[in-house]
Design a protein around this ligand. Structure first.
Ligand code: C5P
Length: 220
């Protein structure tokens, strides 16, 4: 419970996934990709034919998720099936943001997220890591970037992985998802009062990591 936690919250495409993974590796700390839990919940509902409109049914699935992370390989398993690729699609992301709006689903995932906090420490990536899940975190970062820049990064990622889409399509998805995540009543995407705001629009991954490293040093 008392292991140090570094929370990195922000919208999709802000670079928090890359930054948190690299920092966790550098620090030798555990890593929580909380978005993956919402994505897995959505996938689980879709594969069991449970409607995303049914808050309580989806919450039951979230409570009992049978998942496994293969950290070495970067693979994710849901009920024994490798869902690594499916997990990252736009369709899954959009479904995740729908189930993430349900308080019962968020509640069902709370204990599971907190259980990642073990020695020597945890880097937690998400939307409400600093506000709700780990309010007593050692250091809280809120990472942003302009929606155009975030759409550009996402578009390039998709294009490189062979997914056919246009920049405009990605931009409108980015804006729609931000709107849903920021306007929901349950744990909306907002910086914690004591979070350090970092805008990565004009920063490289290395520059973002350097800035966070400096903040971590100050705490020592
Ligand atoms: O970060 P990622 O894109 O994987 O998250 C997918 C969705 O899960 C987000 O759009 C957001 O709605 C939801 N989410 C959340 N709280 C978190 C992490 C993700 O609501 N801590």
């Amino acid at each position: 419970q008392n292991a140090p936690v570094l929370t990195i919250d922000g919208p999709s495409g802000s670079g928090k996934g890359t930054v948190s993974t690299l920092l966790a590796r550098e620090l030798g700390w555990h890593f929580l990709d909380s978005g993956a839990l919402y994505r897995l919940t959505a996938l689980c509902a879709l594969s069991h034919g449970v409607s995303l409109d049914q808050e309580s049914d989806v919450a039951v699935l979230a409570e009992h998720l049978d998942i496994r992370f293969d950290v070495e390989r970067g693979s994710v398993f849901l009920e024994g099936d490798d869902v690594t690729r499916e997990l990252r699609t736009e369709k899954t992301g959009a479904a995740a943001s729908r189930v993430a709006a349900y308080p019962a689903v968020r509640h069902a995932l709370l204990a599971r997220q907190r259980a990642f906090r073990t020695a020597p420490g945890l880097v937690a990536d998400g939307r409400d890591m600093g506000t709700v899940v780990f309010p007593d975190a050692t250091l809280k970062i809120f990472l942003t970037a302009s929606s155009e820049e975030r759409a550009r990064r996402r578009y390039e990622q998709l294009r490189d992985s062979g997914v056919g889409t246009s920049y405009d399509e990605v931009l409108s998805e980015v804006i729609a998802r931000d709107e849903r995540d920021s306007s929901r009543a349950a744990s909306p995407l907002i910086p914690a009062n004591d979070a350090r705001l970092l805008d990565s629009t004009h920063l490289s991954v290395d520059e973002v990591i350097d800035a966070i490293r400096v903040d971590l040093q100050k705490l020592k």
